[in-house]
Design a protein around this ligand. Sequence first.
Ligand code: B16
Ligand code: MG
Length: 219
Amino acid sequence: MILKACIFDLDGVIVNTAKYHFLAWKKLADQLGVNFTHAFNERLKGVSRMESLETILKSGDIILDEQEKEELAAKKNNWFVKYLNNMSVNETLPGVVSFLDDIEHNHIRKAIGSASKNAGLAIRKIGLEDRFDLIIDGTMVSRAKPDPEVFLKAASGLGLPPAQCLVFEDARAGIQAAHNGEMKCVGVGNPDILGEADVVIDSFSNINWTTILTLLNSK
Ligand code: B16
Ligand code: MG
């Protein structure tokens, strides 16, 4: 099947908003007296805001009602949005812009498939809002990754069958979402964590479309 589009996760693939999610969750976890480490944060990558909060509360054996949970989620989000607003274009991850240029040159279409309800703001802050044909974010889906909804919506928005779309993901839940949607997936990051992906790259530095096709074909 000939690939005609790339669907990019946002956080950890296009921009390192993960460090801001970490700082904001850590602040909340500290207030709740819950131990919060980078290893724990790994489990929240690609996972929705409410599910992330539930995971933190569970690890601290904290039981709250819905309204209290909404308040905590809003608190975390306010901190996170403050970090996003201070972001600049140079926080785009290495090699991303030249990879986008190269796939454009190869007539490959581009979409964002992100769980984040703040995806639009993050993309604007790094000045890439005009580089994507389509953005599907957390405000447009009702089921979180590993459900494939976000990527299937991106494929159908592009007017393509899933098999013609290649997903780029930095989180296990996202790789599983791509596979659940019958799409191939390139893991971006640590191969020890992303071993389920079809191929793994450590970043987009020195990666072009030919490299990706070669890696996929050598599988
Ligand atoms: P928000 P992605 C995900 O973005 C993040 O990886 C995850 O840590 C976050 O909880 C989720 O978005 C929701 O974000 O609170 O901004 O709606 O990796 O799917 O681009
Ligand atoms: Mg991600």
